[in-house]
Ligand binder design. Structure first.
Ligand code: SF4
Length: 330
C-alpha cells in the first residue's frame, strides 16, 4: 500500500495531535480540512478554516480545503442515522467527510486516512458501533487509523504493513483531555482550537431556526442558511418570516444581505433594529413587523419606514400596541 496518509484536520486539539503523532513516525501526511456554513469556531475572529490553515502551518503541512455545500445540506435535512441533541447528523457527517477523503486519497495517491477520533469521547459518533459503521459506509474499512485510540482497535492495514509502528500509538478513551494536553506540552503546540466542537448544528437554538427553514422553504439557498446566524427570528405566517438585528453590526449585515423580493423595515425617528421580511409582505405582516421593531426599539409610536427592493419607500404606523409577538419567535 501507499505509505502517504491523509489527515482529517479540523484545527481542533484531537486531530492536530493525531496528525502530529503520525508525522513523528516519518509518514508523509497531507491535511484535508472541511468548512461548512455551520462552523462556529472563531478564535481570533477567524473561523475553523483559517485555524486549520494555521494549524497545518505550525505542523509544516500542506492543507487541502473542501467546502461542504448543498450536497451536505441535503444530508443535514434527512440524515440516514438521525440527529444528536440539535440538528447535528454526526454519523452521516463523518461518513460524508470520509467518503470525500477516500476520493482525495485516490487523487493524490495516499494509502490511508488519519482521524482524531477518540473512542467514547462523543456519544453519537465515537462509540465502537458508530466507528465501525463509519468505516463500512465510507468504504474505508481497515484504512482509518485513529492514533489517539488505536490500541483499543484491531490493527489497521498501515499498522500490519509496518508503515506505522503500533507500539507508538495511544490508548485514550472518553471525554477527559488530560493526556491530550500533556501531549500539547510535549510537542510545544500552540495552534489548535475548539476542543469542544464549534458546530452550530449542535446548538438547540440554531437547530430550531434551521428546522423552521426546512419546514417552510423547499428551495432555500445558502444565503437563507447564512441569515440564520444573524438576529432574532419570527415566523409571522407559513409564508412570511421576519429577522431583526440585535446590534448595529447585525443591522448592517441585514441591510447588506437584503435582496429582492425581501422587504426592509427601518425605525423612523427612534433607535431600534432593522427588520428583514422574507416571503409575503401584506399590510398585516408589515404591521406585526412594525410592532416588533418598535418593541425592541422601546418606542411607543410604532412608525417604521418600509423599503421595497424596487426602490419605493413608505411610512407605516402600526395600529395596535398589544401584540402576542413573543409567541412568533423561532
Ligand atoms: S458536530 Fe457538526 S461537524 Fe462535527 S460531526 Fe457533528 S455534524 Fe459534523
Amino acid at each position: 500500500m501507499n505509505s502517504k496518509a491523509i489527515s482529517l484536520l479540523s484545527g481542533g486539539l484531537d486531530s492536530t495531535l493525531a496528525t502530529r503523532l503520525i508525522m513523528e513516525q516519518g509518514v508523509e501526511v497531507v491535511a484535508l480540512h472541511f468548512t461548512s456554513l455551520f462552523c462556529n469556531c472563531s478564535k481570533g475572529g477567524n473561523g475553523c478554516g483559517i485555524q486549520a490553515v494555521r494549524t497545518a502551518g505550525e505542523l509544516g503541512l500542506e492543507v487541502m480545503v473542501r467546502v461542504k455545500g448543498m450536497d451536505y445540506l441535503e444530508i443535514v435535512k434527512a440524515p440516514k442515522h438521525g440527529y444528536g441533541r440539535g440538528l447535528n447528523p454526526c454519523l452521516d457527517c463523518r461518513i460524508f467527510m470520509l467518503k470525500e477523503a477516500k476520493k482525495t486519497m485516490d487523487e493524490i495517491g495516499a494509502g490511508f486516512v488519519i482521524t482524531g477520533e477518540v473512542l467514547g469521547q462523543r456519544p453519537m459518533s465515537q462509540h465502537r458501533a458508530a466507528l465501525r459503521c463509519i468505516e463500512k459506509e465510507s468504504g474505508l474499512k481497515d484504512l482509518i487509523l485513529r492514533p489517539l485510540s488505536a490500541k483499543h482497535f484491531e490493527p489497521t492495514l498501515p499498522e500490519r504493513e509496518g508503515i506505522v509502528d503500533r507500539e507508538k500509538l495511544l490508548d485514550i478513551t472518553g471525554r477527559s483531555r488530560k493526556t491530550q494536553y500533556e501531549l500539547v506540552d510535549t510537542f510545544h503546540l500552540k495552534e489548535f482550537s475548539c476542543p469542544g466542537g464549534g458546530c452550530l448544528l449542535t446548538e438547540p437554538l440554531f437547530a430550531k431556526k434551521l428546522k423552521d427553514l426546512f419546514d417552510h422553504s423547499r428551495d432555500f439557498t445558502v444565503k437563507d442558511v447564512a441569515l440564520l446566524k444573524i438576529g432574532r427570528h419570527f415566523r409571522l405566517s407559513p409564508d412570511t418570516k421576519l429577522i431583526i438585528g440585535r446590534n448595529k453590526e447585525e443591522n448592517d449585515r441585514l441591510s447588506a444581505l437584503w435582496l429582492a423580493p425581501q422587504t426592509l423595515l427601518a425605525p423612523q425617528g427612534f433607535k431600534g433594529p432593522l427588520g428583514l421580511l422574507s416571503g409575503v409582505a401584506s399590510d398585516m405582516h408589515i404591521g406585526i413587523a412594525a410592532n416588533i421593531i418598535s418593541h425592541y426599539g422601546k418606542n411607543d409610536i410604532y412608525p417604521v419606514t418600509v423599503e421595497s427592493n424596487d426602490g419605493t419607500k413608505r411610512l407605516h404606523r402600526a395600529e395596535w400596541k398589544a401584540m402576542i409577538w413573543e409567541s412568533l419567535r423561532i
